[in-house]
Design a protein around this ligand. Structure first.
Ligand SMILES: *Cc1c(COP(=O)(O)O)cnc(C)c1O
Length: 431
């Protein structure tokens, strides 16, 4: 298991941020999400530095859907990043954390009328408009409230990127954004003159997630810069902002070979400068929206091992007290994870086992082939890199309460989300 950020081993025990994982499990019980606060902050600072936030007034917007709580909003605010939200609930969380609304980007392919109202009233900085329906609603609500809303158009640039490969297509088959290829974007721009309360200031695209290649981002830059020039020539509209979305890949297992934040940012910034020079336009303000690459490696999950079932000549199932309810990614995407036993970090004997969750689904497997130490019931197992799309995708399936979340740094632990109680599970239910 790779040690991330501020992880270390002392007396066969795993420490994160100077705090013993055994102590954390004892104090807060399991399952438990642990976040290495200094690693999150460090990632934010790397982005600010290499994406030239201060130097070029570029912007880094953390994609809240990866992991968002009041505490996380506050941390993102302290690190001077912008925030990208995709729902009324995320927006409300940011509002309650006093996040500066002008630094919020509001995404979504089907924002409801109530969500749009909420965004406009709270004064979010930018709406990333996905479709014609949304344009009409924003106009109407802005008119009622006598406001002008700045927006980006989300476009489908015809680049589809996945973990290990990407394709350039004329892809218009996407539920997100205005397609380039069929002229929808141009139609939207032509319609703008009838919207008196909407101001188009930029373009947005998001090409995928967990991407290791830099090339798709370079292609994206080229397409966006060409578009800016074309829109200026055709419609005399000056778009000064280009939002390239998120998607930068991270390490989960040995198979993943991610680039650093520095490498990604430098490549994007350099290509933008070269491309703008080539076609003779001013370098626009760039926006990037990393989610996973800020929070994934900073988060881990602790579980207590219960039943160990050795099916001779078949497989050994090691079951833990959580599973698909706190980490849906293995069942949903066949995502891989690494694990270890936090109270036995230096044992010699290694077994190949399957780590299973406790939910009533045979698909509730966290790790199919895990190499872990000589295990016994009661040992504490950790899965690493669970900081993105873990807690934010957690559910109450099987009426399992959501685990607590603890931030650790400099030898101290700080509870930032309480464990859900059985009574809280029933809070919404009427008899
Ligand atoms: C999901 C998403 C992101 C963040 O993606 P990561 O892979 O977590 O970096 C950014 N922008 C948009 C529009 C998204 O949908």
């Amino acid at each position: 298991m790779k040690l991330h950020g501020n992880m270390s081993i002392k007396n066969n025990t795993l420490y994160i941020g100077g705090v013993s994982c055994v102590d954390l499990a004892n104090k807060y019980s399991t399952p438990l999400y642990i976040f290495d606060e200094n690693l999150i902050r460090e990632n934010c600072r790397e982005y600010r530095k290499y994406f030239k936030v201060d130097e070029n007034s570029n912007k880094v917007a953390y994609a809240g859907k990866a992991f968002l709580t009041l505490y996380m909003c506050n941390l993102i605010k302290e690190e001077n990043l912008c925030l990208d939200v995709v729902s009324g609930g995320e927006l409300y969380t940011a509002h309650k954390a006093n996040f500066p609304m002008e630094n919020i980007l509001f995404h979504g392919n089907n924002k409801t009328i109530d969500e749009i109202k909420m965004g406009i009233k709270l004064g979010v900085g930018r709406f990333v408009v996905d479709n014609f329906y949304e344009l009409d609603i924003i106009e109407e609500i802005c008119k009622e409230n006598n406001k002008i809303q700045e927006i980006y158009f989300r476009i489908t640039p015809g680049i589809e990127a996945h973990t290990h490969d990407y394709i350039k297509t004329g892809q218009i088959d996407s539920k997100f954004g205005f397609a380039l290829i069929n002229g929808d974007l141009y139609e939207a721009i032509e319609k703008l003159s009838k919207y008196k309360h909407i101001k188009l200031v930029g373009l947005h695209a998001h090409i995928g997630s967990q991407i290791f290649d830099i090339q798709p981002f370079i292609d994206e830059v080229d397409i966006m810069i060409d578009l800016i020039k074309e829109i200026k020539e055709k419609y005399n509209i000056d778009l000064k902002e280009i939002d390239l979305g998120g998607g930068i890949g991270v390490y989960y297992t040995k198979e993943d070979k991610p680039k650093t934040i520095k490498e990604f940012c430098e490549a994007i910034i350099n290509r933008t400068e070269v491309k703008c020079k080539e076609i003779g336009i001013k370098v626009p303000t760039l926006i990037i929206e990393p989610g996973r690459s800020i929070s994934a490696n900073a988060g881990s999950t602790l579980y207590t091992i219960g039943s160990i079932k050795d099916i001779k000549n078949v497989r050994t199932y090691v079951s833990v007290d959580g599973g698909m309810t706190d980490n849906i990614r293995p069942s949903l995407y066949k995502a891989g994870y690494e694990c270890s036993i936090v109270n036995k970090m230096k044992y010699e004997k290694v077994n190949n086992v399957t780590v299973a969750g406790k939910c009533c689904e045979s698909g509730d497997i966290l790790i199919t082939h895990a190499n872990i130490m000589d295990i016994e019931s009661g040992d504490i197992l950790i899965t690493t890199s669970t900081g993105a799309y873990g807690y934010s995708m957690a559910s109450n399936y099987n009426k399992i309460p959501k685990p607590a979340v603890v931030m650790v740094s400099n030898g101290k632990a700080n509870l930032v989300c309480k464990r859900q109680t059985y009574d809280e599970l029933l809070e919404l239910e009427l008899i």
